[in-house]
Design a protein around this ligand. Structure first.
Ligand code: IMP
Ligand code: MG
Length: 179
């Protein structure tokens, strides 16, 4: 285990089997369609890569990078798009693939945006759900793991751009971010 971690929350095996299980459900629900898999950079990349390889429907891949200044702050409430999609979503079935839903602000904004742009449907798939912290009225259509209100890293998730390449998900020691 990485020395900055307090404990491993989800092992590689746990992640692999649950991601496969959820992907099969999504695959079934999308049968007959040609969806666009939208990965939210950068946190979702490892989940995205594993997830889409379990799908059998023909897929297009696209990516967005966003930062939120919303949740909790009164002054803004805006989602900043740092990299937009390459393709047009009008009339398309979109599967948004995100690492973690926390307040729900990011995904609530994205869902609204994609709907306004004319997407035929928006399906939200998350790897992790910190449901205790939700402030927005949004629920992922599919979620792999409910997790407690702890700061987690690994399998794509970072703290200050570190730890993304760990193959498992762990709880970061408080001393790492409280110093
Ligand atoms: P939301 O808009 O509050 O739902 O925030 C979602 C975003 O916050 C995610 O895409 C992550 O980038 C980040 N985030 C929230 N909790 C964690 C965590 O425990 N580890 C790493 N990133 C997190
Ligand atoms: Mg993110």
């Amino acid at each position: 285990m990485h020395p900055d971690l307090q404990k491993i929350l989800l092992t590689e095996n746990q992640i692999r089997s649950r991601v496969t299980e959820v992907a099969k459900l999504v695959d079934k629900a999308l049968s007959g369609k040609r969806p666009v898999a939208v990965g939210i950079l950068k946190g979702s990349i490892i989940f995205y890569a594993d997830f889409i390889r379990c799908l059998t429907v023909p897929l297009e891949l696209d990516f967005m990078a966003v930062s939120s200044y919303g949740a909790g702050s009164v002054s803004s409430g805006k989602l900043k798009i740092r990299k937009d999609l390459d393709g047009d979503v009008r009339g398309r079935d979109i599967v948004v693939i995100e690492d973690i839903i926390d307040s729900g602000f990011t995904l609530a904004c994205l869902k609204k945006l994609l709907t306004e742009r004319g997407a035929a449907s928006v399906t939200i798939v998350t790897l992790l759900d910190k449901h205790e912290r939700r402030t927005e009225d949004i629920k992922p259509d599919y979620n792999c793991f409910e997790i407690p209100d702890e700061f987690v890293v690994g399998y794509g998730l970072d703290y200050n751009e570190e730890y993304r390449s760990l193959p498992y998900i762990g709880i970061l020691k408080r001393s790492v971010y409280e110093k």
